[in-house]
Design a protein around this ligand. Structure first.
Ligand SMILES: C[S@@+](CC[C@H](N)C(=O)[O-])C[C@H]1O[C@@H](n2cnc3c(N)ncnc32)[C@H](O)[C@@H]1O
Length: 300
């Protein structure tokens, strides 16, 4: 889903990774790379255009040897993302999600051919990768904002500036007319409100952080709040379930556990698959990058 000339992991080890994103070579912090040893020569790492070091918990400093492209764009097969360096070393993309985007695109397209409505909810939606994968499938199938009552994707994130970033990603991807609803709200509150409003969905995607905050400072703790959130999600899709995709980067949340959680909250006829997410170098080395479980119901 992300072509090699857009993104490449060149090396990792000692808690760092060397990647090329949208033509810029970066050396940045990577906790999952802690237990590995770098295999590429030091001379390659020294060519990095930008370097990020943590100096204050999760926060840190970037140093640059080049001017960044303006805008700095990373192209995927179905949409583009603008990259921006943040104070925690993130850039607005988690490349390990790329196979999930391909899956969301393909499954959304399949379901569109056989359903009178298809409504996707993306919670903790960040800069919109999964939102745009579903929206691109709808757009490519000719479902535009005019079909909005039956075919749409709802993007929910509590950080207003991140929602704005995602909206801009839709624009630069020529998906500004795709049926997307942008919501800056606490994920759990939004789900509870949608239940009260009698709204229904077909597919739910969620990538909850270990710890986070709603728009009004509501505390999100994965361990404490995930069961309540998934109970709500189950009610939202109970009439016409199509798929649920749950990903996590939290300690103790391995793929098997995520699968068991999905099977508990979405009992019935869905088929559950679990897998570990990762990013691969050209030489085939694998950097573990989170866990995933997805449940899919019959395409009928
Ligand atoms: C781990 S990131 C999601 C990454 C994204 N799914 C991707 O792969 O590109 C977590 C996101 O959850 C959001 N968030 C944290 N707490 C939240 C809450 N209580 N309600 C809604 N969004 C929240 C953050 O603003 C952040 O954008």
């Amino acid at each position: 889903m992300i072509p090699n000339d857009s993104y490449e992991l060149l090396d990792f080890g000692k808690g760092r990774k060397l990647e090329r994103l949208g033509g810029v070579l970066l050396d940045r912090t990577s906790p999952p790379a802690e237990t590995f040893t770098m295999t590429e020569p030091h001379s390659l790492w020294k060519q990095a255009d930008g370097t990020f070091w943590r100096n204050d918990g999760l926060k840190g400093k970037w140093s640059w040897r080049c001017r960044l492209p303006e805008p700095w764009i990373l192209k995927t097969n179905h949409f583009d993302l603008e990259l921006k360096p943040t104070e925690v070393g993130h850039l607005g993309i988690f490349p390990e999600q790329s196979p999930n985007w391909e899956w969301i695109y393909a499954k959304t397209k399949d379901f569109l051919t056989c359903r009178p409505a298809f409504r996707v909810l993306n919670l903790f939606a960040y800069t919109g990768g999964s939102t745009l994968a579903a929206a691109a499938a709808m757009n490519d199938a000719g479902k535009t904002a005019r079909d909005n009552d039956s075919f749409f994707t709802v993007h929910v994130d509590s950080a207003k500036n991140i929602v704005q970033w995602a909206r801009n990603n839709a624009m630069i991807s020529a998906l500004e007319n795709a049926p997307i609803r942008w919501i800056a709200e606490d994920a759990l509150k939004f789900v509870q409100r949608e239940i009260k409003r009698g709204r229904k969905y077909d597919a739910i995607i969620l990538d909850p952080p270990t710890y986070g905050h709603g728009t009004k400072g509501e505390v999100w703790k994965m361990e404490r709040h995930l069961p309540e959130l998934l109970d709500g999600c189950a009610r939202l899709i109970e009439d016409s379930p199509a798929f649920v995709l749950l990903t996590a980067h939290s300690p103790g949340m391995d793929a098997r556990k995520l699968g068991k959680i999905l099977e508990y909250h979405f009992p019935g006829k869905g088929t559950c698959e679990t897998y570990s997410m990762s990013i691969k170098t050209q030489t085939g080395r694998i950097l573990p990058s989170g866990e995933a479980a997805r449940m899919i119901w019959g395409l009928s």
